[in-house]
Design a protein around this ligand. Structure first.
Ligand code: AMP
Length: 289
């Protein structure tokens, strides 16, 4: 067994997490390999630059369901040339391959619960290892970690530069999840919700226009099975119970950047780039929804 897989196995078992042998090796190669590459040069919000040791950013996006983690993480990953790794996407991929794992996951996901730390670590480790084989440098994680245990395991094997905590008014979150649509053919993400909320305490009104599909996608739109009102409410409850403590975990380590989304993408994207001290080489593209 390599030193790396020993490290991840030790890390997981210290926390009573049983990682099976092949998965442990994957976990080690994927997660711990990044620790070796990480160095300890602390936060660097100039995301576009490579670190001294050649690696790129290692960032995490936190935030409630529907806040827009996927949207902003995906845009930043293109800008910074690092993979956007969403554990929700890994879970949906696993759901799409029929078998006992998919049956187990369907029950959990469709009820708005969290998948076990063991399953999610195995899925993520496998994805990181595949990326490493392809020569990927750095990452933007979206939807992981979601429990303190996951955060501790990640901390044991890699050194994050920055954790971005996206925040949006609670009233908008439910509407955004329910309005979410994906084109079953091209995979494009859209939102049919039109959100218009009065300002709080004399603050500005929040307007988020719908992000409508082009005519060729209109008849092919699908919704996620866990984006129903009842399930989204449960996912929000689970977030407050299990994932909100993760914000404090990173705040205490000085890694958390809080970002209150002021509205839709055209308004929020330039402000997020400014907060991250990143220049968008194509301002025109960035302003488009
Ligand atoms: P998302 O697309 O991030 O909303 O994730 C969809 C579902 O996948 C979640 O509701 C969970 O059931 C599961 N999931 C995604 N990431 C994690 C994680 N880090 N830990 C546990 N479950 C997760």
């Amino acid at each position: 067994m390599s030193a790396i897989s020993r490290a991840i196995r030790a890390c997981a078992s210290r926390r009573n997490l049983s990682v099976q042998a092949p998965a442990a090796a994957a976990a080690g190669a994927g997660l711990a390999g990044r620790r070796a590459a990480a160095g300890r040069d602390g936060r660097d919000r100039r995301g576009g630059e490579e670190k001294k040791d050649g690696r790129r950013v290692q960032w995490v996006f936190l935030g409630c369901p529907g806040v827009g983690k996927g949207t902003y993480a995906s845009r930043l990953s293109q800008l910074l040339d690092v993979p956007h790794i969403a554990t929700g996407d890994l879970v949906r991929l696993a759901l799409a391959s029929p078998g006992p794992l998919a049956d187990q996951l369907t029950e959990i996901v469709n009820n708005g619960k969290l998948v076990s730390d063991e399953i999610i670590i195995n899925l993520l480790s496998k994805r990181l290892e595949e990326g490493e084989e392809k020569g990927e440098l750095g990452f933007i994680l979206d939807g992981f970690p979601r429990t303190i245990r996951q955060a501790e395991i990640l901390e044991g094997v890699t050194d994050l530069d920055l954790v971005i905590n996206l925040k949006l008014r609670e009233e908008a979150l439910l509407a955004k999840c329910i309005g979410r649509r994906t084109c079953s053919q091209c995979g494009g993400n859209f939102n049919v919700a039109s959100i218009d909320i009065e300002g709080e305490n004399g603050g500005p009104r929040m307007y988020m226009p719908p992000l409508l599909p082009p005519p060729e996608c209109e008849s092919k739109l699908i919704s996620r099975a866990d984006d129903t009102e009842e399930v989204v409410k449960e996912r929000l409850r689970v977030y407050h119970d299990l994932s909100e403590p993760v914000e404090e975990f990173y705040r205490a380590r000085g890694k958390l950047l809080e970002f209150n989304l002021p509205g839709g993408i055209p308004e929020s994207w330039p402000k997020l780039l400014q907060a991250l001290n990143i220049e968008d080489p194509d301002n025109k593209r960035s302003a488009a929804a």
